[in-house]
Design a binder for this molecule. Structure first.
Ligand SMILES: *[C@@H]1O[C@H](CO)[C@@H](O)[C@H](O)[C@H]1NC(C)=O
Ligand SMILES: *[C@@H]1O[C@H](CO)[C@@H](O)[C@H](O)[C@H]1NC(C)=O
Ligand SMILES: *[C@@H]1O[C@H](CO)[C@@H](O)[C@H](O)[C@H]1NC(C)=O
Ligand SMILES: *[C@@H]1O[C@H](CO)[C@@H](O)[C@H](O)[C@H]1NC(C)=O
Ligand SMILES: [Zn+2]
Length: 439
């Protein structure tokens, strides 16, 4: 027994003595997850993006990734953080709602409804912290909430009426995450969120010159971020994943098309409903009154060639948007170009998302760079549920049950072994207590 103890102590001592780059940065493998909201997969095709191109040369690129349905911000970000489809994590909409009182809360206010987020799944911050790592989050959807009583150790939630487009503030946040959170505080995992190019895509449309300018701003920020990682001595430790929650597509209007307005559909009446969630882009959910489900369904089904109408139990299983008590009995979505209006058209965005995730315009971009990743490699597209198990692997932690697979992203990794540096932690958290127990 004694010689076993000796060997273990020697191995542990050796790994603890591994020289580190700075006085405070551990040699462990770190992960930064960055989301640029609404960055469609092909936004780099009509604009010069030298920093994104350099990142692809130095790392891995997927032509696109497939988000979860419905393709909206809070639900799809929570899929990235948990590895679960939306029906399995419960954050089914950007908006919190109560079908009894008809109360609704928009995106920002919903960030502070704890029960909406803490519905049985834990995001990667908690997975990591429970296994001895340290996590932070800046502005990422879900950051304000606690999960089974825990939250990200270091976090920053944006104030109300925050300006999500300010490049100076973006740079300050990058410096904070790199210099303070990763280098000084020595965090292992950080998620970071930018609200563009989503806002610009909504307001001006994905084909606008304004969107092109915003993609240049994103590209400059990617360059700034990688520079900041290098100047903080993080390059050899830090794996950076940059992706988004969904894409964007142009909405048709000005009499070009027959718009979808539910009140104009013969046989349909809002009086047959207890509650509805429409006027919110291309998806909708309806709760009919007792005994009215068939009437509402029959009135809407086939009423417009670009409106899809499903009873919850008949939802295509590939969409993974049915098996949750929060999803209402009738689900609607429109084809790209169309949004769903209730009484009359009240939506004026030139760009929208939320559509079927099979539609190419809904697919975000994906880039990764760092010591764990191959260089100059383009991998096959994959679903964003697979990002969570990838990040857990990079951190050397055991994932919670999830809908993703490490196999979907393994081709981008240099080694399929968990990162060697996790050895040090194994000594402290597993082997040493075992030895003490046996002595
Ligand atoms: C909705 O509101 C009703 C009435 O105030 C309340 O009883 C119920 O618990 C609420 N449901 C949710 C999910 O908040
Ligand atoms: C999830 O939320 C629903 C109400 O929206 C609630 O009935 C259910 O108990 C919650 N589940 C967990 C595990 O928190
Ligand atoms: C946000 O900040 C930028 C400056 O970086 C400015 O150009 C823009 O007008 C601001 N937006 C709003 C809505 O204030
Ligand atoms: C942009 O952010 C910087 C740094 O936080 C701030 O000083 C400036 O006032 C902001 N500008 C606008 C237009 O919000
Ligand atoms: Zn979004």
């Amino acid at each position: 027994m004694l010689w076993v103890v000796c060997v273990f102590l020697c191995v542990c001592a050796r790994s603890l003595a591994v020289p580190v780059a700075g006085p405070r940065i551990s040699s462990r493998s770190k992960v930064l997850l960055v989301s640029f909201d609404g960055f469609r997969w092909d936004y780099d095709r009509d604009v010069d993006t030298p920093h994104l191109d350099a990142m692809a040369r130095d790392g891995v690129k997927a032509p696109y990734v497939t988000p979860a349905f419905i393709t909206v911000t809070s639900p799809t970000h929570f899929t990235i953080l948990t590895g679960k489809y939306i029906e399995n994590h419960g954050v089914i909409h950007n908006m919190w709602f109560n079908t009894t009182t008809s109360e609704k809360k928009p995106y920002y206010q919903t960030q502070f409804v704890n029960e909406w987020w803490d519905n049985g799944s834990v995001p990667i911050w908690i997975t990591a912290q429970r296994q001895g790592l340290r996590a932070g989050s800046l502005h990422f959807p879900g950051t304000a909430s606690t999960y089974q009583g825990e939250s990200a150790e270091v976090s920053e939630v944006e104030p109300w009426f925050y300006n999500y487009s300010n490049e100076t503030a973006w740079r300050e946040n990058v410096d904070k995450v790199m210099g303070s959170w990763f280098r000084e505080k020595d965090l292992d995992f950080v998620s970071m969120y930018f609200g563009e190019p989503d806002s610009t895509g909504h307001k001006y449309g994905p084909d606008s010159p304004e969107r092109i300018e915003m993609v240049k701003q994103v590209d400059r920020t990617v360059g700034y971020l990688r520079n900041s990682a290098a100047s903080n001595g993080l390059t050899d430790h830090l794996n950076i994943i940059i992706t988004a929650d969904h894409g964007m597509t142009t909405v048709y209007r000005n009499g070009l098309v027959k718009e979808i307005t539910l009140s104009k559909i013969p046989g349909f009446s809002f009086r047959d409903l207890v509650f509805h969630l429409v006027d919110y882009g291309p998806t909708g959910m309806l709760l009919p009154k007792e005994g009215m489900l068939e009437k509402v369904y029959n009135a809407l089904k086939g009423a417009h060639p670009h409106l899809h109408v499903y009873k919850k139990e008949d939802m295509p299983s590939r969409l993974h948007f049915a098996n949750n008590a929060r999803i209402l009995p009738i689900i609607l979505w429109s084809d790209p170009g169309y949004v769903i209006n209730g009484y009359f058209p009240v939506q004026f965005n030139k760009g929208e998302h939320g559509f079927d995730n099979e539609n190419l315009d809904m697919k975000p971009f994906f880039r990764a760079v760092g010591p764990a990743f191959h260089k100059n490699l383009v991998v096959e597209p994959f679903e964003t549920v697979n990002i969570y198990p990838l990040m857990c692997h990079l951190l050397g932690i055991t994932p919670e049950p999830n809908d993703g697979h490490l196999g979907a992203t393994q081709a981008m990794l240099i080694s399929s072994e968990p990162p060697e540096v996790s050895h040090e932690r194994l000594c402290i958290t597993v082997i040493l207590p075992l030895l003490w127990g046996s002595l």
